[in-house]
Ligand binder design. Structure first.
Ligand SMILES: [Zn+2]
Length: 487
């Protein structure tokens, strides 16, 4: 069985999950489910990045130990992902002892490769970003993301010799040995390399909430040499069978804001550690809500659990993925959720299934002649299958969903044109024709359910159960599937 190792970003454990976080894990979950359907042996990771100054400070503000603080955050994330039906294989927490062991082993490899050196770093540091910020990126002296003035920091750090690996990364990315999709992001990576990327420090002085750096008692391992290693420790690196079985990563799913750290820093560190590089990095666009960046101050943060409460888990997944093509930046229009739910789910797929099943029960008591499919429908299904498959392979889930909904419309039009309710009153040939139409509808519905299953696993299951009963003749007039109730 072909293995497939798929990762999603580990989010910074400084607060509750919002739909920006949910987006990538739903994305990953859909790809994981489809890959399993195609017979791959999938390992799918998600998790949290739980160390760092910002978390230490947040915990302090709430009068909690950092450990207690991150435990609470992790609980919220795990609960949210469960309610969204995310079937990850492993949820990594970077404060776990297993992760620490992996990080120490990894850093030792970098050291043995001669790629770590001591240096002095001085720069403007934003606690919110957990990173040094450049003077030219400040707005009125403030970090544009956090609206706070950065601190000037001067300290001894241990640096990773990134420069050594840049030519090799450039070569491999250019040659497509590491696939970066979409193309625009690949060009961004190459542009960053072209402009020159300085070495980065992998330790900090005075950072208490983190993994101690084993080669210098005053230093703590700093974000990149800690968080990125999660992709290896999710598999139990350096020990465990899973690492041997699933490494290297087949697909990293990340957001556009962390491209550089994955397509440059991470690749360089893996080369230094002598580990196989990922095959592909897919970078999704970031989104605003109603035209504005999600922020506490603006009060426009959408909690994924609110969507689950209003629409149910499967519909929430659909509503997020069907908002904009992930290869670009997008805007989520909160007031569109209700309209889209009604038009696509209640009146779209829900209505098609309901009216089709009702006719199958009313006219045939569930005895449907399978196999004779109208050539029009067969052709439309084949066309959809092809488009859907190629969009899926390119991780274009928005486009893949649109393919299915085009096919749904085709079936709606088919019913309206063929008017099975007229045929049902006829005799002989008309009854035969009705058999063909109902058979064609069943064929079409089975396709739709197969395509939508990774997106809406529960609704697909419900439909399968209902349709099995129907075909066994166990349903009677008036029995309804009731998949999506209008709101
Ligand atoms: Zn900042």
């Amino acid at each position: 069985m072909e293995k497939f190792y798929l990762t999603t970003p580990i989010y910074y454990a400084s607060g509750s999950p919002h739909i920006g976080h949910a987006f990538a894990v739903i994305y990953g979950d859909v790809i994981a489910r489809r890959s399993r359907t195609l017979g791959r042996d999938v390992f799918f990771s998600a998790g949290l990045d739980e160390y760092g100054t910002k978390i230490e400070e947040k915990a302090k503000k709430e009068n909690k130990e950092p450990r207690v603080f991150v435990d609470e955050v992790a609980k919220n994330y795990i609960e949210a992902w469960e309610k969204l039906g995310i079937g990850y294989s492993r949820f990594v927490r970077t404060t776990s002892p297993e992760h620490k062991d992996g990080v120490l082993d990894f850093v030792k490899r970098l050291k043995e490769a001669g790629d770590i050196y001591e240096g002095e770093y001085s720069g403007l540091y934003c606690v919110g970003c957990e990173n040094f910020v450049l003077e030219r990126n400040l707005v009125n002296g403030l970090c544009p993301d956090h609206l706070v003035p950065p601190r000037l920091i001067k300290e001894k750090n241990h640096f990773f010799n990134l420069k050594k690996y840049l030519p090799e990364i450039k070569k491999r990315v250019e040659k497509g040995e590491i696939i970066i999709t979409p193309e625009s992001r690949k060009n961004e990576t190459l542009g960053i390399i072209q402009a020159g990327v300085p070495d980065f420090s992998i330790t900090r002085e005075g950072l208490k909430w983190g993994i101690p750096y084993p080669f210098d008692a005053n230093q703590t391992i700093y974000v990149w040499a800690d968080a990125l290693i999660n992709y290896a420790t999710a598999l139990g690196y350096p020990a465990e069978e899973n690492f041997k079985k699933y490494w290297p990563v087949d697909l990293h799913i990340i957001g556009a804001d962390i491209n550089k750290f994955h397509s440059i820093y991470w690749l360089a560190m893996l080369m230094s550690a002598g580990l196989e590089l990922p095959k592909e990095i897919f970078i999704h666009g970031l989104f605003t809500v109603n035209g504005q960046k999600m922020s506490k101050t603006l009060g426009n943060i959408i909690d994924p659990l609110d969507l689950v409460k209003r629409f149910g888990s499967d519909a929430a997944r659909y509503l997020l993925l069907s908002q904009f093509p992930a290869s670009e930046h997008g805007d989520v229009k909160a007031e569109e959720f209700d309209r889209k739910y009604n038009s696509d789910l209640a009146n779209g797929v829900g209505n098609l299934l309901e009216r089709s099943f009702t006719m199958m029960i009313d006219y045939r008591g569930g005895k449907i002649v399978k196999g004779k499919v109208d050539p029009k429908i067969k052709e439309a299904a084949e066309k959809t299958e092809k488009l859907f498959g190629s969009h899926f392979e390119a991780h274009k889930l928005y486009e893949a969903l649109a393919d299915v909904f085009t096919f749904i419309k085709t079936l709606d039009v088919y019913i309206n044109e063929e008017k099975p309710w007229v045929l049902s009153r006829g005799e002989g040939g008309q009854q035969e024709k009705l058999d063909d139409i109902l058979g064609s509808l069943l064929f079409g519905i089975e396709k739709i359910i197969f395509w939508l299953k990774p997106f809406m696993p529960n609704k697909a299951k419900e439909t399968e159960v209902f349709s099995n009963k129907l075909l066994k003749g166990e349903l009677k007039k008036g029995d309804k599937l009731g998949l999506f109730k209008r709101i």
